[in-house]
Design a protein around this ligand. Structure first.
Ligand SMILES: [Zn+2]
Length: 131
């Protein structure tokens, strides 16, 4: 899990070491302090690049987007577990029914995101799989 205190601390230390400056602002998603990189970008230690929100409404939208993203990830995890179950051949019909439900969840998540997307939910996570 990425919401880990140790991991957060490790990343914050990493940011400071690279010359980033801790700001008097917090991430709208996790509440951690934000950092300004040398490049001028503002990032959260856990969520990467964030857009600093100016209103409570905007903050709420960003939080909702994050929940939807998390739900989509959960659905993908459940779906892959169900796929393994289906391969074992036991109760295939019931498994298929559940798979369709989770697929539905994913589809809805995507639809919601494509409608409400503010472009403010960070896609990149610092320190992992950096290209
Ligand atoms: Zn954050």
């Amino acid at each position: 899990m990425v919401h880990d205190r140790g991991e957060a601390l490790r990343r914050m230390t990493e940011l400071l070491r690279t010359g980033a400056v801790m700001l008097d602002l917090t991430c709208p998603i996790c509440g951690l302090p934000l950092f300004r990189l040398k490049s001028g970008e503002i990032v959260c230690p856990l969520h990467g690049k964030v857009h600093v929100v100016s209103s409570e409404e905007e903050a709420r939208r960003v939080r909702v987007d994050a929940v939807i993203e998390e739900l989509e990830e959960l659905a993908a995890t459940r779906l892959s577990a169900l796929m393994r179950e289906a391969l074992s051949g036991e109760g295939e019909e019931a498994v298929l029914g559940l798979m369709v439900k989770w697929l539905d969840v994913i589809e809805r998540c995507r639809r919601i995101r494509s409608v409400s997307s503010t472009g403010q939910v960070p896609q990149k996570k610092i320190g992992k799989g950096k290209q």
